[in-house]
Design a protein around this ligand. Structure first.
Ligand code: CP3
Length: 350
């Protein structure tokens, strides 16, 4: 059965004649069937924590487009939620996560938070997510790969320190520079929680996991090892110790040339490339499997230029790879464009 899973084959370096495709944020507001379930759920949190509905959302893009991978429907901020932080998603504003404070690291009377990782309470708070993985996996066609995920510690820490993507997390980065011990403590806590979280997703049926480091491009070169490479390396080691055969995809978004060192040092099995990375550079300098690179903005325009950009990637890639975007699909993407892209990639012959 596993032989038919094209996405897994690429990650395991097995010979492959087809290019598999899945898309970051392939489930979401651009799909009418998502908006429908989302409004029935009442809120994004209710949707994430209702395994029956979340599994349905996970399967929606598989049914509609026939993509080769199903990504768990959840959010990277579920990890701080699992640690005991309040989380809400405000309509048209995005996530509102309770801000972590230095007291959280020393106050051992409050269970979890940042004092010490407690697997039991974390598991209780995140249990519906593993149930979503279980249900999605059970309903997947046998040739589709189940993808689990988590955010990388640096990116999640930015949100925990009261940050917003819009202002490039100035507050979070200032706090990190002012109190490096506190920041290191948050990263350590997130390493434990994220390793645990990914292993539970794998136990529930995830066949591949991706680590989203969406904001790694903000990290100064001098701190890249400490904030990005070391935490990722610890997580991959922890996961691989228990599950050596489960491939891990790293997504150090906007990290530029530092991607080469990241791929080498962290021992991820594949790198997801954002749209700013030159494919020829990546093929020369990154030895692990590759994924991604199509500019998500292309998905908003006319079909023909979008398909031409996709074709350029298909021709430029000289080795087996996984087709994906450089970042997620956005709410205004026409679903017909996604259908056309999937059909084009799956039918492509050089
Ligand atoms: O890819 C998928 O289809 C799986 C689901 C998924 C979501 N978020 C669902 C979601 C995944 C993998 C994520 C990851 C995520 N979440 C990241 C890393 C990837 C990236 O996009 O950079 C980040 C930074 C977040 C944090 C987050 N979640 C933000 C900033 C927002 C608000 C912006 C927005 O698009 O609304 C979210 C909300 C969110 N996560 C939505 C979805 C479908 C929209 C919520 C809604 O339905 O209103």
């Amino acid at each position: 059965m596993k032989k038919n899973k094209k996405l897994l084959s690429i990650l395991k370096n097995e010979p492959s004649t087809h290019t598999p495709i899945w898309l970051m944020r392939q489930a979401g507001r651009y799909l009418p069937e998502y908006r429908d379930l989302r409004s029935r759920a009442g809120s994004f949190m209710n949707l994430c924590f209702n395994p029956e509905m979340a599994a349905e959302v996970t399967l929606q893009p598989v049914r509609r487009f026939g993509v080769d991978g199903a990504i768990l429907f959840s959010d990277i901020l579920v990890v701080p939620y699992g640690l005991g932080y309040k989380l809400d998603f405000i309509e048209n504003e995005g996530p509102q996560l309770e801000t972590a404070s230095e007291d959280d690291a020393s106050n051992r009377h409050v269970p979890n938070r940042l004092a010490a990782f407690e697997a039991e309470s974390f598991f209780k708070r995140t249990a519906p997510i593993y149930e979503t993985v279980r249900r999605s996996k059970a309903a997947l066609p046998p040739d589709v790969t189940m993808i689990g995920f988590a955010g990388s510690p640096f990116t999640v820490a930015c949100y925990m320190l009261g940050g917003k993507g819009k202002d490039e997390f100035v507050t979070a980065r200032q706090k990190a520079q002012e109190n490096p011990r506190f920041f290191a403590h948050i990263l350590e806590c997130l390493i434990d929680a994220t390793s645990f979280y990914l292993k539970e997703q794998i136990k529930a049926g995830a066949e591949v996991v991706q680590l989203f480091d969406s904001w790694s491009g903000l990290v100064p070169a001098e701190q890249f090892d400490e904030w990005v490479i070391a935490p990722t390396t610890k997580i991959t080691a922890a996961v691989k110790q228990e599950f050596p055969d489960i491939p891990i995809i790293g997504f150090p978004r906007m990290a530029g040339e530092k991607i080469a060192r990241y791929a080498e040092a962290t021992k991820v099995d594949a790198i997801s490339l954002d749209q700013t990375v030159d494919l020829n550079w990546a093929q020369k300098n990154v030895s692990v499997a590759l994924q991604g690179n199509l500019d998500p903005e292309r998905m908003l325009g006319e079909k023909q230029p979008m398909l031409a950009a996709a074709e350029k990637i298909m021709r430029d890639m000289q080795r087996p790879f996984i087709f994906n975007l450089g970042h997620g699909l956005t709410p205004h993407v026409p679903p017909e464009n996604v259908a056309a892209l999937v059909e084009f990639v799956q039918g492509f012959k050089k």
